[in-house]
Structures are given as C-alpha cells and as structure tokens.
Write a protein that binds this ligand. Structure first.
Ligand code: ASP
Ligand code: CP
Length: 320
C-alpha cells in the first residue's frame, strides 16, 4: 500500500494572524507549546530540532519580549538565529521593507520573524519571499504569538478557555494584541468584553462577537480574567482622552475597580506596562493575582512551538 502523504495539523506556510484559524489549528499550537514549557524548565533546554535551519528576526519597531523570546526559542531548538538591527541597516539609506526582505530572502533563511509599523506589511512581505514568515506584530492589526501566549497562560491556570469571562481593557482601537486576542478567544468559546472609552473602541466592534462597555466596573463585573492594555501613543494622532491622569482615574486598574471581578480573577498585561496610566503598580506586582511574568515565560514556549510547526511544514514540502 502506498504511503499516504502526511498532512500537518497546521497546514499553513506562515503565521500571519489568528483571524481565520480553526479551533483545531489553535489547539494544536497550544498543545505543542505546553510541551515546550516543560522543556524550558529543565536544566538542559536544548534540542537539535532546527539544526541547519536559519531564523532571521527583522524588527522595524521596538521590542523587548517578542524579539528576545524568538531569539531564545530559535537557539533552544538549535537554529542559527540572526537579529537584524534595523537601526543600523540599509533601511537608513532608504531601502524599503520589501527590498530589505528580498535581500534577506536571497540568503536562504527558513523563517523570517517580522515586526512592522504598518498594518498589513507583514502579509505583503510574506508574498515576496520563499521562506516561512511569522508576524511579530504589524501596526494595529495582529500580534498572533501574543494571543497564543495569553491563551496558553489562561489555559494552564484555568484548565480551559471556553466559557470564561474575559475583559480586555484600554486602547482597543490601536492594539494588535486586542485584535488577535479577540479572534482567538471568541473562536475558542470565551465570552469577551471590551472595556474602553468610546474614542478607543473601533467602529463595528460589536460585530466581532464581543460585548462593549465604557465603564470599568460594569465591564469587570464577575469576570475571570482582566487583560489590561497600554495606550499606544505611538499610533495616536490627535486627542483620544483629556489627560493620562483622568484616564487612570476612569480606566486604570486598581484594587477598587478589581473588587467587582471574581475574587480569584487573574490580571494580565502583554507589556510593556505604563504604571500609573493603565495599571496601578501595586496591582501589577501582586503575584497572587498578576500573571504578567508567566505570560513572558509562556512566550518562549509558544515561539518554540511556532518555529517547530512551521519548520516541520517546510520539511513536508521539501519531501514532496
Ligand atoms: N508589546 C505589545 C505590542 O507590541 C503591546 C504594547 O506594545 O503595548 O503590541
Ligand atoms: N508584548 C510585547 O510584544 O512586548 P514587546 O513589544 O516588548 O515585544
């Protein structure tokens, strides 16, 4: 009997966003990630799964967590990892993002991890290269690995995503973290609430399968998870709220507003946090409730799983 061709449970070349992924595809990435959490807690964290593969990190916007964790993820799987520093590259001489990507593509990388300031730029770039592309955040569009690491954090703490009440609070309008989380959590059957001033809610948000609130206490009532977001000042043109002081007064998370959530509600933040703007320092550092450090830990595991899955897909393609 002829061998039937192997089909990947995540049958895509790239990871450009969460929108359109199925429950099975998301679950597959989360299951693989879970295995990597255990590997990362061992003394010997390294395997040679990606030996011979090349991963290039191409970040056109600032990053601490995402860039470092992709580097660590690639190294723990024994890939050759290159961090291209855009600040000292020929981008400064006027080379475009697409030309930069084509130049790197000519060096035969296997995976390009890209963060870009413009929504849609990573998708465009993926159409111009031969390798797998992972979106590490594009403008206010998507940040898929952030949503996956958030889901993994919640799932490990609560054992499920389905049926949980999850409040995403703050600058929803400009946040790629919010968008990817909405797609993922709604697909996985969570009840998602968006809590923000009217000016920071995208038009048509209700059509995404979420409930919208403009008052923190109404939005946080009895919820299981409170996910806070930073004001994306770098994407704001004009005034969206009178002052950061007033913003903190109405929308900053403190114990008083948190008191209406479930007593064991978890506090999340993708980072970087602006203390005293969207979150009170005391709440952020309350490790009986705040899982911010765990989110960072899960980030490495999720990125290892994504590199593993995409390079396995490349191998299946190469074997054809
Ligand atoms: N680090 C996340 C992002 O790049 C969230 C943020 O910057 O506020 O989207
Ligand atoms: N959460 C997140 O993407 O952080 P960085 O911007 O530091 O990568």
């Amino acid at each position: 009997m002829a061998n039937s061709p192997k089909i990947s449970p995540y049958p895509h070349r790239h990871l450009l966003g969460i929108e359109g992924l199925s429950v099975q595809e998301i679950s597959h990435i989360l299951e693989k990630s879970d295995e990597y959490v255990d590997q990362n807690r061992r003394a010997d964290k390294k395997t040679d799964l990606l030996h011979g593969r090349t991963v290039i990190n191409l970040f056109f916007e600032d990053s601490t967590r995402t860039r470092t964790s992709f580097e660590l993820a690639g190294k723990r799987l024994s890939a050759d990892v290159i961090n291209m520093s855009v600040g000292s590259s020929s981008v400064n001489k006027g080379e475009t993002l697409i030309d930069t990507a084509s130049t790197l593509n000519a060096m035969h990388p296997d995976v390009l991890v890209v963060r870009a300031g413009l929504s849609g730029a990573v998708q465009l770039l993926a159409e111009k290269v031969n390798c797998a592309v992972i979106n590490a955040g594009d403008g206010s569009h998507e940040h898929p690995t952030q949503a996956l690491l958030d889901a993994l954090t919640i799932q490990r703490r609560r054992g499920k995503l389905q049926g949980l009440n999850i409040a995403i609070c703050g600058d929803i309008l400009h946040s790629r973290v919010a968008r990817s989380n909405i797609y993922l959590l709604v697909t996985m059957g969570a009840q998602v609430r968006l809590v923000a001033p009217m000016t920071l809610i995208p038009s048509g948000a209700e059509n995404l399968g979420v409930e919208v609130f403009h008052d923190m206490k109404a939005g946080l009532k009895d919820c299981d998870i409170v996910m806070m977001l930073r004001l994306q000042n770098e994407r704001m043109q004009g005034n969206f709220f009178p002052s950061t002081r007033e913003y903190f007064h109405f929308f900053g998370l403190n114990y008083e507003k948190l008191s209406v959530a479930k007593p064991d509600a978890l506090i999340m933040h993708p980072g970087p946090a602006n203390r005293g703007v969207e979150i009170d320092s005391e709440v952020a550092d309350d490790y009986s409730r705040s899982v911010i450090r765990e989110q960072v830990e899960m980030g490495v595991a999720v990125r290892m799983a994504c590199l593993d899955i995409l390079s396995n897909n490349l191998q299946l393609e190469e074997a054809k």
